[in-house]
Unconditional design. Structure first.
Length: 277
């Protein structure tokens, strides 16, 4: 009995609730647990990287939709617009009395029409514009303060030149032109009635022998100018037609409308006056 008591006293006392170490464990079990934990951490890291990548791509696509310029490549609208539009660098270098060099495309035939790159190279980048799958629009304009306060940042576009381009064979070509003069300027400078009556119209179909648009603009300020190409499929002829509107000084008409047709030398000659066809 006494021997048993001595043995009990000499044994190592283990706190209650703490398991007795059964002895050294096999190293393979620890390695397995380490591999499992490592795999979980690696999976989380990879998931975060790919998740962020796809998230950024999704946001980018939403913010900058893609415009297909060719069958084999895609370019964002933002990248395309930066080639042709820059509000900081733009300047209004248009001379409305010198529009004969512009070449226009018909709806489905580019002919010798100017490309959007050629227009921007000649007149500089536009003030603003827009692009979609089949057309592009660029606008140049003269900015003026919208009030007399020199510290004001409120500006308006006075004279505006708007060009429309059609997408043909994967590229944009000039289709239409529309120029609008500052409203106050045009309103203050109407065309005199006697001047309008003296304007000589030529052949109504060709404009031959009519007065040149340059001569008309040399002494009158238009309210608007528009140019487009018109194709006669039967005769297989493409003609560029210009329409110029002037505010009227007479009481019978609010405005005068003149139709010009481009000649072989590039000049536009008066073919029709008023709404006659």
């Amino acid at each position: 009995m006494e021997d048993r008591r001595k043995m009990s006293i000499n044994q190592t006392q283990v706190p209650f609730g703490v398991p007795v170490n059964p002895g050294p464990q096999k190293s393979g079990k620890g390695l397995f647990i380490g591999c499992v934990i490592g795999s979980i951490v690696l999976g989380l890291v990879i998931g975060l990287i790919f998740g962020r990548s796809f998230g950024v791509e999704a946001v980018t696509k939403k913010a900058y939709p893609h415009l297909h310029t060719t069958a084999d490549s895609t370019v964002s609208k933002r990248d395309i617009s930066s080639r042709y539009i820059d509000p900081k660098e733009t300047a209004f270098d248009w001379d409305i009395s010198d529009l004969g060099d512009l070449k226009f495309a018909t709806y489905d035939d580019k002919g010798d029409a100017m490309s959007i790159e050629e227009v921007v190279k000649k007149y500089g980048k536009a003030l603003k514009g827009s692009f979609n799958g089949t057309t592009a629009q660029l606008e140049w304009g003269e900015l003026e303060r919208n009030d007399t306060d020199e510290e004001s940042t409120d500006y308006k576009t006075a004279s505006e030149m708007n060009l429309t381009f059609m997408k043909i064979d994967g590229h944009y070509y000039l289709r239409n032109l529309y120029f609008s003069e500052d409203y106050d300027t045009a309103d203050a400078n109407p065309m005199p009635t006697d001047h309008y009556e003296k304007l000589k119209a030529g052949d109504p179909k060709t404009g031959k022998d009519g007065v040149s648009y340059k001569e008309v603009l040399s002494s009158n300020i238009p309210s608007s100018i528009s140019i487009r190409a018109d194709q006669d499929y039967k005769a297989k002829v493409i003609t560029n037609e210009m329409e110029i509107r002037f505010n009227s000084s007479g009481s019978d008409e609010d405005e005068y409308k003149l139709k010009f047709i481009q000649q072989a030398d590039g000049d536009y000659r008066l073919a029709l006056k008023g709404d006659s066809d």
